[in-house]
Design a protein around this ligand. Structure first.
Ligand code: MG
Length: 355
């Protein structure tokens, strides 16, 4: 009897198992034309939007000194009527300075008369760190793959809605970008995230970027510096830019430790804590009540639920979760006569009214 060699059996059974490298992704494929088109939204937000006082102005209508060509030479784009115009074939322009976490405001207009279709119509792009593109495209009545229309994270996330204005009208992107964080070994600790408002309308809501954006390719992250230039794409269309400014964002709140001083906590017996228990009259119709639950002293202000108090000395207590302190005034027997509650710059006295 003919028997199939064992190796052939193993080989044929592998057809039934999804090979790890051959699986299709669960998310949308890049540039899928079946991906639903975002709803159209019109916005009458006025432009230009003036830069706040702490902004770094990258283009004010005349000065292009903050920009360069890829090779470091002067930018090949031209200033026309207060706008920085992409020059087809002139190459991308890059900021001379590098930036990491930013709030970026940038205004742009697609060329008129509108020419071409799909990706060929008013195409440019804002490349955050030179790698992560927020697409610029004339997407007013122009069909293309939705992950490549205006305000898409190119090839990854279509905008939530299509807030595009017609070609020739000024439009704005307000972009909040958090750069990717890499570990010392080069692996990704935190992917980049981006929030975008297009003409004042939310179109990217903290979208987690997979890696550098690209046409056709799915590219993995590669470790890069914390600050890199922003670039504007030359995609062969004379797109206009103006009023470009950014605010550098503090990275500390995202990963820094709290800066408050922790105070040692005094260990007190239930008997000691009971001395503080009672009602205290403040400037409110309802009394403040201090009670004890097990080893924990609690203070109840009016209708609020009781808040936990931590003793630091016989006279100084603090709220456990809130930056408030309660300073007691004790009588000769060590029993509180009154306290002052310090919160948010206020000092609120209260007198003991009864046990
Ligand atoms: Mg583009």
């Amino acid at each position: 009897m003919h028997r199939k060699p064992i190796l052939a059996l193993i080989a044929s059974s592998s057809f039934l198992l999804p090979a790890a490298t051959g699986q299709e992704p669960l998310r949308w494929k890049i540039h899928d034309m079946k991906r639903p088109a975002p709803a159209k939204v019109t916005s009458s937000i006025p432009l230009p939007a003036p830069a706040p006082s702490d902004a770094v102005v990258l283009f004010d209508g005349s000065d292009v000194s903050k920009w360069r060509a890829a090779d470091g030479s002067d930018a090949k784009w031209v200033v026309r009527d207060g706008a920085l115009a992409a020059v087809p074939g002139g190459g991308a322009v890059f900021t001379r300075e590098g930036f990491g976490d930013i709030q970026l405001h940038i205004e742009w207009a697609a060329p008129t008369p509108a020419r071409g279709s799909g990706q060929g119509r008013g195409n440019s792009g804002v490349f955050l760190m030179g790698k992560y593109e927020i697409q610029v495209l004339d997407s007013h009545e122009n069909v293309t793959y939705t992950d490549g229309q205006a305000a898409a994270v190119y090839g990854q996330y279509p905008p939530l809605v299509n807030a595009s204005r017609p070609a020739g009208e000024w439009q704005a992107y307000d972009i909040v970008f958090r750069r990717p964080r890499f570990r010392p070994d080069g692996s990704v600790a935190q992917p980049a995230r981006v929030t975008v408002l297009h003409n004042g309308v939310l179109v990217q809501d903290n979208s987690e970027i997979w890696g550098p954006t690209s046409w056709l390719q799915h590219l993995p992250y590669q470790s890069h510096p914390d600050r890199l230039p922003i670039s504007l794409q030359d995609h062969g269309n004379p797109v206009l830019y103006r009023n470009i400014w950014l605010r550098e964002l503090d990275e500390e709140p995202r990963r820094g430790p709290a800066r408050h001083q922790t105070k040692p906590i005094l260990s007190m017996t239930p008997e000691m804590l009971d001395r503080y228990v009672g009602k205290y009259a403040q400037d409110s119709p309802q009394p403040t009540v201090i009670s004890r639950e097990g080893d924990v002293l609690k203070i109840k202000f009016g209708f609020l639920p009781p808040l936990e108090l931590m003793p630091h000395s016989l006279t100084e207590f603090s709220l456990r979760w809130t930056a408030g302190t309660v300073i007691f005034d004790l009588d000769d027997g060590g029993r509180p006569k009154s306290f002052v509650f310090h919160i948010g710059g206020d000092a609120r006295p209260a007198k003991r009214s009864s046990d």
